[in-house]
Design a binder for this molecule. Structure first.
Ligand code: FES
Length: 246
């Protein structure tokens, strides 16, 4: 395959960035998108040019490190797919592909395609532990959990924290990410003692970094794990209840 990549290059957070056009020959349709960038970087390195900075880790859709805007869509055109699981068979020989970092005021660019997503860590840190004594490992079914709650908690826990929801949102809102991280604890019995405190802390930290949700729904459409908007409704409900009990 021969592809033309229009890639955002920016040497530092303060530098002015711009698109640079590269032609990549020798790609094949089994390659993942990061492997295409690897191929281009091998060539740039051999030419003593600065390779393109981008992030990836697991390359199997579970760590959330690899998010890019591909042709204007977070993680590219294939629904429910991370950048690292997006294969070149999705494109046609001769295509031009525009590759940019996630764009959001809450995610400042570090270099090229790498953004600072640490505000997501700040949200987790603000609410992310429970103080219930755990003792030794309990029997798996000692604390009964209704099947529906367990299933919904697992659905929420599928969030890999990539930030695509925020990059796709016209408001740069962090509701879907925060809602998923709250729901997987708030739905389970072990998450109940700190439920109001955790909800207030995480929502308030989210608001310090990100915009407000106006229910566009772009977040759930871009989410590689297809996290449901229902969790945002649950966040709003929990937040109202937590504020009343303050
Ligand atoms: S590199 Fe881990 S999800 Fe893509």
């Amino acid at each position: 395959m021969k592809l033309t990549l229009k890639v955002w290059r920016q040497t530092s957070p303060e530098a002015r960035g711009d698109f640079v056009i590269y032609t990549v020959d020798g790609a094949n349709e089994e390659m993942s998108f990061p492997e295409l960038l690897d191929l281009l970087n091998e060539r740039l390195t051999a030419e003593s040019s600065d390779p393109i900075a981008f992030e990836s880790d697991c390359r199997e859709g579970i760590c959330g490190a690899c998010g890019l805007m591909i042709n204007g869509q977070a993680h590219g055109p294939q629904r429910g797919t991370t950048t690292c699981q997006l294969h070149l068979r999705t494109f046609n020989d001769g295509d031009e592909i525009v590759v940019e970092p996630f764009r959001s005021a809450g995610f400042p660019i570090v270099k090229d395609l790498v953004v600072d997503r640490s505000p997501l860590d700040r949200i987790i840190q603000s609410g992310g532990y429970i103080t219930a004594p755990t003792g030794s490992a309990p029997d798996a079914n000692l604390i009964p959990v209704p099947k529906d709650d367990a299933d919904r908690a697992m659905d929420a826990a599928a969030c890999i924290g990539c930030g695509a929801c925020i990059a796709a949102c016209p408001n740069g809102a962090g509701q879907l990410f925060t809602a998923a991280k709250l729901a997987h604890l708030n739905l389970l019995p072990q998450g109940q003692p700190e439920r109001p405190k955790r909800t207030l802390a995480m929502v308030e930290t989210m608001e310090a970094y990100f915009g407000s949700c106006t229910n566009h729904g772009e977040c759930t459409a871009a989410c590689p794990k297809e996290i449901s908007l229902d969790f945002i409704a649950m966040l709003n409900h929990d937040y109202r209840r937590a504020r009343r009990s303050r």
